[in-house]
Design a binder for this molecule. Sequence first.
Ligand SMILES: [Zn+2]
Length: 448
Amino acid sequence: MDIKIYNSLSNQIEVFKPLKEGQVTIYVCGPTVYNYVHVGNMRPVVVFDVLRRLFLHLGYNVTFISNFTDIDDKIIKQAQKENLSEAEIAEKYIKAFEEAREGVNALKPTYQPRVTKTMDQIIQFVKDLEDKGYAYNVDGDVYFRVSKIKDYGCLSNMKIDDLLVGARIEEDSKKESPLDFALWKKTDEGIKFDSPWGKGRPGWHSECVVMINSLTGDGRIDIHGGGFDLKFPHHENEIAQEEALKGHKIATYWMHNGFINVDNVKMSKSLGNVILANDYIKEFGGNTVRFLLVNTHYRLPVNFSNELATSAIKELNKFEATFKNLAVQMQLNNLPLDLKLDDSKLDIQAFLEALCDDLNTANALTEVYRVVKESNILLRNKELNLELLNKDFYTLKTMFDILGFKFEYPLLSDDDKKLYFDYNKAKKEKDFATSDLLRAKLIEKKIL
Ligand SMILES: [Zn+2]
């Protein structure tokens, strides 16, 4: 099945073609770890997790990279505020991020590089750019010379001249052009790293490029992802640096996810409506956050509200109840729960087609509703069709696995099974006193 992706570089839907047959490398810009992540940070986590799970399901070998920016002015400031070292601040908020990632059931990245552990490579990279004339040093600050990149602006679809008109002219700037960006910053405060240009720290835009180069060998990846707000200048600058040093595009496909609104208003610190991810997951559950995110196409803004969360929980409870009832019937009929069935044996074609259509998770979810509905009809039949039971159970299992939902169901012991059969027998014989008693026991064991 072809996977079609909206490529932000061409502004077109394109058929995905991997650099290496059967393999895909995905890089997603990770958080700067200076505070607790909000639900907006969870959007790329969930979106690209579903993409990764889709590739895995289709048989690709997936390398998934997401970094931590563990040194930054914001981290230095926070360290002073909390009276901790920069490393302690980074550690604290990486832990909180990991908790949130696990909370929404996202797979652990294959690699999670950190800036402070990639310092030698970053310095070498900036030095190489300087040697080739793409970078210049002014009193310990090193800048990238944007004017040397002819197609600068290719991602944001802008020309250098247009960008110059809109560029903010900084007073006392040491830069040759307002579009030039920092590769290395001289710092007076906080932690400093030694470099050929003096003590300082790297500029944000170099970090991701260097990590990609050091983890992929030739510095080429298939898909580069991140929030829409990173498109310019961050991703534009990544492209420019790779182009300068290696003469090729760093990624074949660029994917950008949309923002999060809270009660239909853009979530922002200044408006005071920021929702912290871990709080929200604790209150409404990880499945709920995931549901709200996959219920909308990843390029559109998604809305969060208490009403939406409550109705998401209702839908998820229905999913879970149906899935549990299927799992119970599977066990009562001695059918195995952990086979790996071929797609042709599942009712999953339309679901996969939706996801392969630029990750249309909203349409994929419609398919989940359909199979849940059909399963409920099946389960109500007096004579259970075991072939359909098997098909529906594995179809839903696969769908939930690709969308990343996590549902529990009870594993029945022989005693549990006997209890269930006795309950059915009492019901048939209209022995209501016994059936009520057994029913209560089954509910207590979460089997009914
Ligand atoms: Zn990045």
